[in-house]
Each structure stands twice: as C-alpha cells, then as structure tokens.
Design a protein around this ligand. Structure first.
Ligand code: TRP
Length: 331
C-alpha cells in the first residue's frame, strides 16, 4: 500500500506564486508516490474571514487553482474540510488530550498576544477561540486520514509538531497505534520566493503576484517589483535582483544563464528584465489560466467535484473515528 500524503490550503484571498512554488507544485509532485489528499481548509479560513461572499469566492478560487494546475480528482482525494463532519468530532477528542499551555505557545496566537501587549491592549483582544485552537483542528485534518507525510511551508512546522504530540499522547495512553504519527515534509525554498518588495512573498506583506493574473494585470504587477536605480547601460548583478530571483524559478537553466549574462554585460534595463520575467511567467500559466477561469465560470462543476471527493473520503473518516470512539469508551 502507498503511504498517505495530505495537505490543505486555507481559502483566504487569491493564490499567488509563493503558494504555487511553495505548496501547490511540491504537493502535486507527490501524487505518484503517495495516496494524495488535498483539501480546502475552509473552516480554518473562518477564523479570520467573516464575509460570506468573500469566503465562498475564495473557496472556489482555491478549488479552481488546484484543478487548473493539474490535480486529478480521480487519482487523488480532493475535498472541502467542512464536508467531513468527522474532522470536527475528532477535533473535540484531540482537544481533550491537548494541554492548554500548548495552544498558548502556538506562534500565530503568541504573535497576536505580543502585538496586543506592545499596543497596550488587553492580551486577548481580537482573538477568537477558532484562532486559539487552530492547531488542534489542523491536527484533526491530518490525523483523521492517518496521514504519513504532510508537505508544508516552514511556517507550519510547529503545527505538525502539535499533531505529532497529540497523536503520541493518545497512542501512549490507550496503549496502541490508534493514530499515525505524521512527518512534515518542509520545503526550505519556500522562504526564498521574493515578493514585489524582495521580502518573502506573503499575503500579509501585500507583495504577492497572483498565479492567474491576465497578461495586462500581470505586466502591471511585475512592473511594481522593486529594483535598484542603476541605468540601462550599467552592468548588473543578477544575484541581488528580485526580478532575476523570480525569473530563475520559472525559466529553464539555459534561459537563466543567458539572462544572467545579459545582466552582467550591461545594456539591459530593468524594463527589459521585467519583460523577460513576464514572458516566462505568462508561458508557465497560460494554459492553466484558461482552465482556471473556465472552472470559476462553472462553480456547479466545482461543487460536483468536491462533493464527489467528500463522498470518497468520508467513509474512511467514519471508520477511523469509529475505532477511536471505541477506544476512548464512547459507544
Ligand atoms: N494551516 C495551513 C496554512 O495556513 C492550512 C492547513 C489547515 C493545513 N489544515 C492543514 C496544511 C493540514 C496541512 C495539513 O497554510
């Protein structure tokens, strides 16, 4: 039997190149080697998104993105978290084995507390219980399907450690391997994907390039990438340039070598470099973009695919949950 790989994307906003390179592409690469589970963590998004139209739209965008980029719903398992109620029942069980102090130490929560403190606010200002227990629900996503590996970005490392810890606690307590203790697969490259301003590409820095921008909008976005003030004729260093850093991620090795030479030779302006970047990014996503907008125009099809995925995985969740309920003494 193939081992299980599982990963989720939280539908907040529009997926960007950082999500693609750091999460979506590496996860899709595991489809052959593993039984792959990809899901939309919609109830995780509810911790911060309280606008119904926005949430609904983001769910469809994330679904369309995965499918457009090659997720095959027959070969893998593709579903919405909210369609699997067993995950929320397991979350309660896990929370009864999770020391409260653990959640106090969760990075996202701690950051909010620190920010409140520095602003002289009550420590828990703006913190809802969903944010507080976010790591527990994430553990449930993972443990529900007895996942062996979880491909994620570095920022999610602590969450996987929480999942491992609670699984071990429950296994030790009941004296058997009820749950699989998952391993994180962490891509360090994720941190090297620069956004428009050269910092890590992230929604929270407002420096993202969305994957499926149409050519005109993409050109405008790329135009905003920060460069230095060197003139056209000056020789330039590709290795300190945000445009080149992104170019390398989409171009072939030969293309990157050739562009690096043009940088060093002088006579290549930032406008030229950006035009090269535009061309490779556009070429990478042109076909997928057609599929993406076609899916967004047909959300009934997306609903159907996700319902099919839920019907496929729910019996598995029911079976695991029944074993756990039996072990803990809930008939
Ligand atoms: N917390 C993850 C993120 O923000 C999303 C997520 C929710 C997830 N549940 C998961 C990722 C389970 C991997 C496995 O990116």
């Amino acid at each position: 039997m193939k081992k299980i790989s599982l990963t989720g994307i939280k539908p907040t906003g529009t997926p960007h190149l950082g999500n693609y390179l750091g999460a979506i592409r590496p996860a899709l690469e595991l489809t052959q080697e593993y039984q792959a589970y990809y899901f939309i963590a919609d109830y995780h998004a509810l911790t911060t998104v309280h606008n119904s139209a926005e949430l609904r739209e983001s769910i469809y965008k994330v679904a369309a993105t995965w499918l457009a980029l090659g997720l095959n719903p027959e070969e893998s398992h593709f579903y919405k978290q909210s369609d699997i109620p067993e995950i929320f029942e397991l979350n309660w069980i896990l929370s009864c084995f999770t020391p409260k102090g653990f959640m106090n130490r969760a990075h996202a929560y701690k950051d909010m507390v620190a920010k409140n403190q520095s602003e002289g606010q009550d420590v828990d200002f703006g913190v809802n219980m969903g944010i507080y227990s976010y790591p527990s629900l994430m553990s449930s996503d993972i443990l529900m399907f007895r996942s062996h590996v979880v491909p994620v970005g570095k920022d999610q490392k602590q969450h996987i450690e929480f999942a491992r810890d609670v699984a071990q606690r429950i296994n030790n307590h009941y004296g058997r391997d009820l749950l699989v203790v998952p391993e994180a697969i962490i891509r360090d490259e994720t941190d090297l994907i620069p956004g428009l301003d050269g910092r890590k590409m992230s929604k929270s820095y407002d420096n993202t390039i969305e994957i499926f921008l149409k050519p005109k909008a993409l050109k405008k976005k790329i135009g905003r990438i920060v460069t230095n003030s060197q003139g056209i004729e000056e020789a330039k260093d590709p290795d300190t340039c945000n445009v080149f850093a992104l170019y390398k991620l989409f171009a072939t090795a030969e293309q990157s070598t050739a562009l690096a030479e043009r940088y060093r030779a002088g006579g290549l302006g930032w406008g030229h470099a950006k035009a090269e970047l535009l061309e490779v990014v556009d070429a990478t996503f042109a076909e997928a973009r057609e599929r993406y907008y076609a899916y967004l125009d047909n959300t009934a099809e997306l609903d159907k695919i996700l319902a099919h995925g839920a019907a496929k995985v729910r019996p598995l969740a029911q079976k695991v949950l029944a074993e756990i309920r039996d072990a803990i003494g809930i008939p």
